[in-house]
Design a protein around this ligand. Structure first.
Ligand code: GUN
Length: 288
């Protein structure tokens, strides 16, 4: 599955819709991103989010804060963005420096601007099947499954990982009573006793545990759909940057067994961005 291609087609649709909005004199979608400190991976992710906004014709505001910023100053900034009518979506790139409470930050963002879908109200609404913003990575995976018309009804999905950002919301979305969903879902994690046996039963595997090349060929049933959420930087002296990006799946060995598989890079990563753009567009549209 080509996440780059599908992401581009989602962004093309949003670009078209945005230019239509502008033609009708409506508001331009506006994403505000806060980047704290200088974590290399976070810098890269935020840069691609801002670049995608530009491509589509969204306004973006990038707010860079020192790693030493106080929690109070960050919360104050978030409240300013909450009060700014022009800002439709707010995201704070995670992880945060240890002296700042992630939970407080997440709960300070207004649910109506919570385009990351991390606020407990957004999560609760998702669980109850109410309209809300879904976290970008699981939402991007749904868009990918939909694009490739992957049958999900009655399938057994095994989600490896239970984070609030990917594993947990993914498991809930795949079990909901609409397409792409209606799966029987098993959530596996670090305490699962026989992970291999679980994976071998799976029609769909979502690998979101953050361990490079973890999922091997002998853990995958013939014909399975494998979605790789991993994006770990590993040292690689042959690369100019000094690192390469590895997924959670041993792609070269696993690919031949799968009906569909996502590569890393070029799979889930670009879809996460496309999903964030969708959420930002919807947040703007909600104000019409
Ligand atoms: N860090 C890792 N994934 C994400 C994400 O989807 N959103 C934000 N804000 N931070 C992240």
């Amino acid at each position: 599955m080509d996440g780059k291609l599908v992401s581009q087609s989602v962004k093309d649709v949003l670009k078209h819709r945005t230019s239509e909005r502008m033609g009708k004199g409506k508001k331009r979608p506006h994403l505000a991103a806060i980047l704290i400190g200088n974590n290399g991976a976070s810098e890269t992710y935020v840069a691609s989010k801002v670049k995608s906004c530009e491509e589509i014709g969204f306004k973006s505001t990038l707010i860079r804060l020192e790693a030493s910023v106080s929690e109070n100053d960050l919360l104050f900034k978030l409240n300013e963005l909450n009060d700014d009518f022009d800002v439709d979506g707010i995201l704070v790139q995670l992880p945060l420096p240890p002296h700042i409470s992630e939970q407080k930050v997440i709960e300070t963002i207004l649910p109506s601007k919570d385009v990351d879908g991390f606020h407990p109200e957004s999560a609760g609404r998702m669980v109850q099947g109410l309209p809300t913003y879904y976290p970008a990575t699981p939402y991007g995976i749904l868009l990918l499954l939909e694009h490739y018309k992957i049958e999900t009804k009655g399938k057994h999905a095994v989600v490896i990982g239970r984070s609030n950002i990917v594993g947990r919301p993914m498991s809930i979305l795949l079990s909901r009573n609409e397409y792409p969903g209606n799966c029987t879902v098993t959530v596996c994690h670090s305490q699962t006793s026989d992970l291999k046996a679980m994976c071998l039963q799976a029609d769909i595997i979502i690998a979101a545990l953050g361990k490079p090349l973890f999922l091997k060929a002998d853990m995958v049933k013939e014909g399975a759909v494998v979605i790789d959420v991993g994006i770990t930087r590993v040292e690689d002296a042959t690369k100019k940057s000094g690192f390469s990006i590895k997924g959670d799946v041993d792609f070269d060995a696993v690919a031949s067994k799968c009906s569909f598989i996502t590569p890393v890079p070029g799979g889930v990563g670009p879809m996460t961005i496309a999903a964030l753009m969708m959420n930002t567009y919807k947040a703007c549209e909600a104000k019409d």
